[in-house]
Ligand binder design. Structure first.
Ligand code: ATP
Length: 133
């Protein structure tokens, strides 16, 4: 029993290590780094503009959705390049659909960002101009 538990813990530890290795691979990709940069900017804006708990939930979910879809897109592209290194119309279809998924998640996240941040930025800018007037 003790041996089984130890084996289970070691396996879970390896699973985490493999997942972190996967994230290291993703960070090498420029598209993923751009999404991480955008996520960082959103988090800074969220702190500066003091968004509420519900707004934080939507921001975090949106960031997760974009990074998740980008990761899936990379995995699908890698499978395609492995299975079919030559150009093929089906590979084009698969890659374009995967890229479309990233676009859908990015536009969704952008809309969430606009809904949350535009009214706050508007108030912030208005107060600033009232102060300097
Ligand atoms: N093996 C392939 N067969 C057919 N179409 C492909 C293949 N690889 C990519 N495409 C298509 O070519 C277009 C450009 O794809 P992408 O931006 O991934 O460039 P790429 O040709 O893979 O080169 P890169 O190495 O710069 O990524 C997309 O429409 C994509 O679906």
């Amino acid at each position: 029993m003790k041996f089984k538990t130890k084996r289970y813990i070691v396996k879970r530890k390896h699973a985490f290590q493999f997942a972190f290795y996967g994230i290291q691979e993703l960070v090498k990709e420029s598209h993923f780094r751009i999404h991480v940069l955008a996520a960082g900017m959103v988090l800074i804006m969220a702190i500066v503009l003091r968004i509420n708990v519900l707004e934080w939930v939507f921001c975090v979910l949106s960031i997760g959705l974009v990074l998740f879809s980008e990761a899936m897109n990379s995995a699908i592209e890698t499978i395609c390049d492995l299975v079919m290194p030559q150009r093929h119309p089906m590979v084009k279809r698969i890659k374009d659909i995967a890229a479309g998924a990233v676009l859908i998640s990015s536009v969704t996240a952008a809309m969430v960002g606009l809904i949350i941040f535009v009214p706050k930025l508007y108030l912030w800018v208005r107060e600033f101009f009232l102060l300097v007037k």
